[in-house]
Structures are given as C-alpha cells and as structure tokens.
Design a protein. Structure first.
Lengths: 327, 376
C-alpha cells in the first residue's frame, strides 16, 4: 500500500537519521508484548497487576506470605497434636527433644509441646492480629486524615497536635496501660489496642495526599455541582489516595506482627493460653544457652518469613500502584 | 540563630507539659497501681494497703497528684483534700513552706518537690530516689547506644554510597536484600540467635551482662573506677567482649533504614547538575562521589542522625533485656512489671525531653551544615 505517498517503509534508502530512529522505536514498540495491551486501554487495577507480576521481589514476597497464610489457616486443622491438651510424651525429657520425624520442629523444654503445632497456631493468631489491627488503623487513619486534610484550618491543627502527642507515647507503655482497661492477656484487646494506636502514620499520609488533592479542579467542579463535603472526601478524593493507603496498610501488617511479638515476648501482650509467634518464644530464652535451639529458632523464623514477605509485597505494590511507572 | 534557639527552647515547655500530663493521667486512670504487688500477699491487710496509698499520696485526686509531681503544688499534708476547705486548702496547696509560690526555684522561696525542682520522687518498690535510679542506668545505656550508633552510621554510609553508585547493579541488589532482611528481623529473636551461636555453641562471647562478675566489680561503683584506673586494658577488653553481641544486634536491626536513606540521598545528589559539571571537567570519579555528591548527600543524613540520637538512651529496651544490660531499657521494663509509677514517669519524661532536644538539635545542625537555611 501507499508507496506513491512516500510511506517511510517504502523509502528506506532515503530516510533521515531521525526517521530511522522513529521507525526503529515504533517497530520495537510494536514487537513488544505490551503493544496490544496499550491498545486495549486497561483499567488502572489491571495495569497495576501487570506491573506487580513483573516485580520479582513482589512475587517472591507474595509466595512467602501466602505460604505462611496457608500454614496458619490449614495447619491447625491437620496437626495431630491438640493445642488444648497438655502433651503426653512417650519419653519424659524436661530439656525437650530436638527435631525428629514425629516432631519436625522439635519439642519445647519442660512441658514438651510440639513446636510445629505452636508455630502454625501462632502464625494463625499473629496474622489475624496483624490484619485486623491494620484494618482498624486504616479505617480510623483514613477518616481522621481525610477530615484533617480536606477541611484544614483549626480542625487540622487540633487533630495533628493530637497525633503528635500520641506519637510520643512508647508502644510498651500503651500496651501495658490499655490492656488493664480491656483485659490483659486477651488477644482481642491487644488487637484493638494496636488498631486504636496504629492509625497515626496513615492519618498523616492521607492528610498529606488530600492537602494537595483538594486544590484540584474536579473538587471545585463537584462543589459547584452541590456535592456535600463528606461525599467529596470519600467519593471523589479517597479513590485517588487509595494507592498510598493500600501500601501503608500492607506494611503496617508487618509492623503490628513484629510489635505484637515484641510485647508478647516480654510478657505484656497476648497471654500464653492463646499462642502467637511472640509469646511462644517467651520461655525459650532460659533454655537456649543449654542448646535447645529449635524452640527459639522456628517461631522466630516464621516471623521473619512473614514480615519479609509483607515488606517485599509492599515494595512491589508501591511500584505497581504508581501510575507514572511504565508497564 | 540564637533567637531561633531561644524561641524553640521556650516552645519545648508546653510540649513537655502536655506530654507529661497525658502520660500521667493515662497511667493513673488505669486500674491497678503500685499496691498491686501486695495483692497476692496474705499478710498484707486492706488497712495496710490504704495506709500505703495514703503515704504515697495515691488517695489524692489525680490533678493534685500531678500538680505535686510537677512541683507546682507542695507536698504538705495540711492542704491535701480538694473538698476540705475550698478557699484556704486550695490556696495553701500552691504555697511553699517559705510562703511563696511553690513552683519557684527553692533558692527563691519555692518548694523543693516535683519535676520542676529536679525531684522525680522515690521508687515505690525500693525507696531509692528516681533521679539516682536513672542516673545509675543512663551511663550503661549511653555506652551501648553510643558504640552501636557510631558503627551503624558508618556502615550505613558506606553501604548506602556503594548501593547508590552501583544503582540496580549487583552490589545494590545484595545491599537491598540485606537491608530488607535486617528490617524484617525481630530484635529479640536476633539477640537470641546470636546468644545461641556465639555464646552457646561456639562459646566465644559472654551471653549477657556488662562485666565479668568473677573478675570485675559492679559497673558504676568506686571499685570499678579504681580497677579501671589500675588495669585499664583488662577492664576495657572485658567491656568490649560484653559489648559485641548487643552492638551487633542493634546495628543489624537499625542499619536498614539509614542505609536506604543514604542511598536515596546519594542517588538524588548524583543526578544533580553540579555532578555532571564535575564529571565533564574531568574530575576523577572517586572525587566526584566523595567530594561532590557525598558532601551534599550528607545534609539530610546528618539531620536524620540527630533525630536518631534519642535511641541512644531509649531504643535498646529489647536488646538490654535479652543481653541483661543494666541500662535504662532494663530499668523501664522492671518499672513496668513492678508498677513502679514514679520511676516509669521519670523515665518517660526524660525520654520525651531527650526526643524534643534531639529534634531541636536536628534543626540547628541542619542550619549549620546547609548555608542556604536561615532561621532569622
């Protein structure tokens, strides 16, 4: 076709350097697998998913995280040992026996609990606490940050001063004092405390995003059309702030899991009757020097795998949800 | 600059006031209290507990307790109940024994109780003054935190610069993965694993403590100082051996954030025009990196380090617990488990003070290293 019109493909001999460059670029683009993609006009979530899939660390992280989720959800049901029955070992050994076929992760010292059974149950509860607390924190943080960033003024000043003063409270202090109100040792009260005090970072983030978004023209347009303030915040502005919120929520799950493990390890968090990855470690410190390494090793390794997985995933999400990033 | 510092120092006062008020009211509003440790003791009667509460002033209304703690109210028992005598009682509360407002320095006729006069009260578990409990611990914490801080800043600088220069290269990938792993490690577990490996299996290093109890007297005593003077090499080597594991723990966990920070600042600096100019002029690459890019990348890093200084005193709670380090973190945990409110308040308020001062220091340092900043 079009040879008479001097189409570039027909006049290869006479093309200038610039023409050649453009042709090469176009050919390369057409050859790339993303060419058809661009023509399909994908939604932002599909684009994000494509970017996420290509992020090697994100995929590794998701695999790690998913493995632990499966272990935590399915594990407790297929374990031959019961969490609510004191173990009845065939050989009494107060030092605890090391990994073997019937106890792949070994036994704890003293009561000889099966460590694998503790790890899968602990994983389940730690994940549950992490996800629940992060969701609570995200909801509170989004509401406070949204109101603060959208309205600004004295409301913003008051809310942010409250955030500042709450940030000076150390985690251990908060957990210690508020478990007294909500019931100490109870995993649900620990979850609620982490949720009620974990929203500060997300509130700051949402506020910062909304401070810039509220100056956009579409906000003026919505306001001119008579849309109410709350509807503008949650219907028009929030969807645009969704990406940073998703990333922050993901990363906060890891933060809560480590924080909970830390307070429970010290004995101020979730009580021993409901094992989490932190509190099953709390007795292991005394026997570790005598060589009972399996009790401390496996629960801690489970924490590292979960948190590493989440951090990788969060990093991948950050890149994938950035609309300026290339496919 | 001087004016700026003075204004900021004055600004600290309300912050600290609200911070201490917040901590104090939350702490005292919670159920339980210092008398909780008698709850399991059958020999302690309810009357004795009531007497204990009265002696420690715990039966007073919380506003009066706070007012006395901070030193605006006096501790005289004659003016203790809010409801007693609305005019005389209340007024007497704020007047010192010398007849002047209690909050004034005692030399000027004020009282000598309360945080304003440097008196944080007495530990409710062992009766020691809180100030001496804290000052006995702060040196040990500063030694551990100081060594760890120096090591991790140096390592963060080196690894951050190497990662930025080889951006997306092999070294960058390795450092990034290392940082992520460090970031994902729970401190207490890393400490346990280090004890297991180096103190348990290999038996190279002590598993905890700050000095060898068989050879060296207690840290902070006159005997320790005397031995340090007589055999400095021996005592310092002993200290160094005990420092290795906790320092490694702190460094490994804390390096990740700083290393990423240095990397980002360095990548930013390497993309600036003056770096291109320097390269175009034919300046050696090494000199471009160290002399041109790093010097500018250090600006945000220095600020970040100043903000991390409070960690010297507070950041090592877990590490100190795991390694039995006799510092502030341990004192904090002990106070928490014993419901020792006075010690807890003292530690929390001093921590808040250090945090606020570090923020101020960060601003000042930033103004010094960056000549473009002026605080008028």
């Amino acid at each position: 076709m079009g040879e008479q019109n001097g189409a570039p493909a027909a006049s290869a001999a006479g093309e200038s350097g610039e023409d050649a460059y453009i042709r090469a670029e176009v050919e390369e683009l057409e050859a790339s697998p993303d060419y058809d993609v661009a023509l399909e006009s994908l939604g932002q979530w599909e684009l994000a998913w494509r970017r996420f899939r290509k992020h090697r660390m994100a995929i590794v992280g998701s695999a790690l995280f998913l493995t632990m989720v499966i272990a935590g959800v399915v594990g407790p049901f297929i374990m031959p040992f019961d969490l609510y029955k004191i173990p009845y070992p065939d050989i009494i050994d107060s030092f605890g026996r090391g990994p073997m076929l019937t106890h792949p992760f070994g036994e704890t010292a003293r009561l000889q609990w099966d460590v694998l059974m503790l790890v899968v149950n602990g994983t389940r509860l730690s994940l549950l606490i992490g996800v629940l607390a992060s969701l609570i924190a995200t909801i509170i943080g989004t509401i406070v940050g949204g109101i603060s960033g959208y309205f600004g003024g004295w409301l913003d000043t008051i809310l942010m001063r409250i955030v500042d003063s709450l940030l000076t409270l150390p985690l251990l202090f908060i957990v210690l004092v508020f478990t007294k109100f909500l019931g100490s040792g109870n995993w649900l009260s620990v979850t609620i405390i982490f949720g009620l005090f974990g929203w500060l970072g997300i509130a700051r983030l949402v506020r910062a995003v909304l401070l810039s978004l509220r100056e956009e023209d579409y906000v003026d347009a919505a306001r001119a059309a008579g849309v109410g303030n709350l509807r503008i915040i949650f219907r028009h502005l929030m969807p645009n702030a969704l990406s940073p919120i998703i990333v922050a929520t993901t990363l906060s799950v890891a933060g809560v899991i480590i924080g909970e493990a830390f307070v429970s390890f010290l004995g101020f968090g979730v009580g021993p009757e409901t094992p989490t990855l932190g509190n099953i470690l709390s007795g292991s410190q005394d026997t570790i020097i005598n060589g009972n390494w399996w009790w401390a090793f496996f629960p801690g390794a489970a924490i590292v795998v979960i948190v590493l997985g989440i951090n990788f995933m969060g990093d991948g999400l950050r890149d994938a949800l950035d609309p300026r990033a290339k496919i | 600059m001087i004016g700026f510092i003075i204004r900021r120092l004055i600004g600290i006062i309300p912050t600290l006031f609200f911070s201490s008020l917040l901590i104090y009211s939350i702490l005292l509003a919670a159920p339980g209290g210092p008398e909780v440790r008698f709850a399991q003791n059958p020999k302690v009667t309810t009357a004795q507990i009531a007497a204990f509460r009265a002696r420690w002033g715990l039966d007073q209304p919380i506003p009066i307790q706070y007012c006395r703690w901070i030193g605006v109210c006096n501790t005289m028992t004659g003016a203790k109940q809010l409801g007693d005598d609305p005019v005389g009682g209340l007024a007497k509360l704020f007047i010192s024994e010398q007849g002047l407002p209690n909050f004034l320095p005692s030399g000027l006729g004020g009282g000598d109780n309360g945080a304003l006069h440097g008196d944080f009260g007495y530990s409710s578990t062992n009766g020691q003054p809180v100030a001496s409990v804290i000052s006995g611990r702060i040196a040990a914490t500063a030694i551990l935190g100081g060594v760890a801080l120096v090591v991790w800043i140096l390592l963060a600088l080196v690894s951050g610069v190497v990662a930025a220069v080889n951006r997306y290269g092999k070294a960058d990938t390795i450092i990034t993965i290392f940082n992520y792993v460090g970031f994902s490690f729970p401190t207490f577990w890393l400490g346990l694993m280090l004890i297991l490996l180096f103190a348990g299996n290999l038996n190279w290093l002590p598993s905890g403590g700050m000095w060898d109890v068989r050879e060296v007297p207690i840290f902070g005593t006159d005997e320790y100082t005397q031995l340090l003077r007589e055999r400095p090499v021996f005592v310092l080597m002993d200290l160094a051996r005990h420092l290795v594991l906790p320092v490694v723990t702190l460094v490994f966990v804390n390096i990740a954030g700083d290393s990423r920070f240095v990397r980002a600042a360095m990548i930013d600096a390497l993309g600036q025009d003056y770096v291109r100019t320097a390269r175009a002029k034919g300046v050696a690459e090494r000199r471009v990196i160290v002399g041109h890019a790093l010097r500018n990348a250090l600006l945000p890093v220095v600020t970040n380090v100043a903000l991390e200084l409070p960690l010297l005193f507070t950041g090592a709670i877990v590490t100190e617990t795991i390694f039995s380090w006799p510092g502030m973190g341990r004192a904090y945990i002990e106070a928490v488990s014993e419901y020792d409110y006075t010690v807890l308040m003292g530690i929390l308020v001093i921590t808040a003070l250090i945090v606020v001062l570090a923020n101020l220091l960060a601003d000042i340092v930033y103004a010094i290293v960056d000549p473009r900043i002026s605080y008028g």
